[in-house]
Design a protein around this ligand. Structure first.
Ligand code: SF4
Length: 182
């Protein structure tokens, strides 16, 4: 993956411009799966600690499963639970876990992909951004990418070492295999 230095990334974000309008559109379902927030175990545990809620109260398996042909179904991650039309933590247009929100929420509408900086649709784009805020987004983007790379490597390692045993439904994350019961 192309990883720009923090200052270069911040300069690009500054040139694009961004200021959150607090519309909450990134937390609502405005299109199919538009508010799917993928989270890794460290992010889930951080929110559990902050809210006193259990893992399964706030996170659900990523909704795409594959089958191994021997009766085992698995998916490779978690996402925050949602209600009919929004993230479970969007309360009166405010994030109830703002200080503990996942990387995706901290860095939206930006992401670092294989080709470098990606920008998603957002009404906050094109607006003046302070230097320090551009640097903060750049720093979070780089930290998010490192966290996602670590998660991916650990998931791959657990997947490669899985022992075949049929008839299970599993989430494979960076901590290992987690069976889904019902
Ligand atoms: S965790 Fe907070 S910022 Fe992230 S989608 Fe939910 S309400 Fe929005």
């Amino acid at each position: 993956m192309l990883m720009e230095p923090e200052t270069a990334l911040a300069a690009r974000i500054k040139a694009i411009g961004f200021q959150c309008q607090r519309c909450g559109d990134c937390c609502r379902r405005v299109a199919r799966e538009s508010n799917l927030v993928m989270v890794g175990p460290p992010e889930i545990r951080r929110i559990c600690t902050a809210t006193g809620r259990a893992w399964r109260e706030i996170a659900e398996p990523y909704p795409e499963f594959i089958e191994d042909g021997q009766g085992t179904r698995y998916t490779f991650g978690w996402c925050l639970k949602r209600t009919e039309d929004r993230c479970m933590f969007l309360e009166h247009d405010h994030c109830a876990v703002y200080d503990h929100r996942p990387w995706i929420c901290r860095t939206y509408p930006f992401m670092l992909g294989e080709e470098g900086l990606m920008v998603f649709e957002c009404p906050g784009l094109g607006r003046d951004i302070a230097d320090k805020d551009a640097v903060a987004i750049a720093r979070n983007l780089l930290a998010r990418t490192r966290a996602e790379d670590e998660e991916y490597a650990a998931v791959k390692m657990h997947f490669m070492n899985m022992k075949p045993s049929g008839g299970r439904t599993l989430v494979i994350d960076s901590e290992g295999e987690k069976p889904i019961h019902g």
